[in-house]
Design a protein around this ligand. Sequence first.
Ligand SMILES: [Fe+2]
Length: 203
Amino acid sequence: MATPISLNPLVRDAQALAHTLLASDPRRLEHVRGAGLIAGMAAGALGIEQPERVVAAAWLHDIGYAPDLCRTGFHPLDGALFLAREGWPESVVLMVAHHSHAAVLAPYYGVQQHMSLLERHPGDGDDIITFSDLRAGANGMGADPRERIDDMRQRHADRTFVPDDVREARYRMMLNAAARVNAAVNRATRAGPTPTHQRAHAS
Ligand SMILES: [Fe+2]
């Protein structure tokens, strides 16, 4: 019988790190816990390679909000830079840097040069993390992606340094990513277990 993804050593390390860095922010900790669980289910259904890296990145995607990690003030980059310094696998670093189409916002936070050095990791991991970020909701509970985007629209309304059309374009990219994963998971679930040489892809 396969070992549950939650017991994988990399995932265990990611859980422990998230608990340490987000201890003072229990709501966000619940959010990343939910994202980790959802990423595990999606990665398992899709039969992707190295699912533990995607699940670890889902647990770690918001650690850049931890005050101790703040370098640039752009949380995807601050989290990724910390993970790179700590020697985490490059794919985890890149998935954290690019989670939920963060690169779209980079120019408005003055970090485009930094972000351009971090290429997107190929594969379905980015989409799965975006899906998990939206489905986990702000407090880790199951959320409807469209309602979650509406909530983000309200919470981020004061970030007027990001033009409305850029913000809306990113939201559309996030919803499209979530829809791709949702459709792929539904197909895979209907089809049953997939042989390793015919694995489903989210995009
Ligand atoms: Fe998040």
